[in-house]
Design a protein around this ligand. Sequence first.
Ligand code: 4AD
Ligand code: MG
Length: 502
Amino acid sequence: MTDRVLISELKDHVGQSVTLAGWVYNTRVSARVAFLVVRDGSGLCQCVVGKADVPAEVFEVASHAAQESSLTITGTVHADERAPGGHELHVSSLQIVHRAVDYPITPKEHGIDFLFRHRHLWLRSRRPTAIMKVRHTVIDAIRRFFNDHGFLLVDTPIFAPSAGEGAQTLFEVDYFGEPMYLAQTGQLYLEAAAMAYGRVYCFGPTFRAEKSKTRRHLTEFWMVEPEIAWARLEDVMNVAEDFVCSIVARCLRDCRAELEFLGQDISRLERIVRPFHRITYSQAVDILHGPAARELLERDLAEKQARIEALKTSIPAKEAQRDAAGVKRHVQEKLAAEVIAEREELAELEEQVRNIPTHMQLAADFEWGKDLGGSDETIISRLHDRPVFVTHYPRGCKAFYMKRDEQDPRVVRNFDLLAPDGYGEIIGGSQREDDLQVLLERMAEERLDPAPYEWYLDLRRYGSVPHGGFGLGVERTVAWICGLRHIRETIAYPRMMGRVYP
Ligand code: 4AD
Ligand code: MG
């Protein structure tokens, strides 16, 4: 189809006759004119079919063009500020290529489970389209950053014979009769590559058998991991800070329309500039124990309870309006959609309100030595308007490879980067233990058999140097940048416990 024009290119064809190839997104038909909103993957275009302007059979076909039917459509391009995308097509002819019958996702609202069971079709809708564009931009910005800063891409294996991040979340597979695991991280292989090439990164799917259903966990997610030779903790954190700023700046430059469509507050993203906040784990524990954390949760509780009361009156009111006699069909559908959305919001709020006392208790009773939990991270990140580095965690709650701090051997030289607005950890990173003896002691402490790690220990035998790196989760980053409540919408086909279809 070489002679067709993309909707995104219409600005270069104002006044000309062009042919679009796409799908019917939406229709509005009256006696004298049919409006077809057509999508082609590059954008949306309103196509106007005037009964007086086209042969009778063309108007007939246009008036009955069912949602998601595929078609080619020809007409003259007009600039129109009010139209989605800024242009309109005044149609002279059209041809239905395939007629879709009873497309299941209609313009009225559907429940989230229904939408995910139809994910293969839902991808065509505006919200997933906007999110996929942001995801694409985030990934492009990631590659751009490392390629422009002298990092060499080294692809690490997905079949891994041993654990990288703790045995509890390993997925075991049968490798010709031998047990094998799906990679949780490429880091250990990347450390070897850093000793060869200095600055390296890997970027690929990673797998964790997360048995909990949370807003932040997938069982398959994409992680980018840089690793730097001759670097200490502070050097690695500086790279992470520049890196996150560059991703956000790219999204602000290239995805403003998508972010606005998703309802994201652009000014929150514009605040993402250096320097990020830096606190130690011990300071984070003090914050959890302090008055600011308690006040935050008390305020949350009050606000959520007020909203619950409001919903409890508005839902029955809307139901009564919807079911009243003589209500127009489109009004009925709009009310029905709002009722579904408000019911979902109510259920979520009620669950959150049930959880807040637990989160308060967890924060107040938090014991030095434990890893920060999801609700703890939410509290810390909500008390800051820019990302927060939390550094120097107790070594017992972190991976074996992290470097022991010389000043305080109870802690390691690591960091988690918490995104603002309660999104929690988007990056985990550290300086690596480069002393063979200390590393062996740490592995013994974790009851790790050194045999499968001999190659990794070799890096400490032959020219060991200070080095470190981090891993950024693409989906959590996209969820944060788009302002999504749940990570599952950030990947085309999410894999979670209890969700593998389609
Ligand atoms: O903190 P993690 O476990 O760090 C590592 O894997 C290190 N080997 C990285 C390194 O130093 N090279 O994971 C890094 C990031 C997290 O901050 C989070 O963004 C993401 O990966 N992540 C997940 N994203 C979605 N679902 C999950 N189950 C995730 N687990 C981790
Ligand atoms: Mg982590």
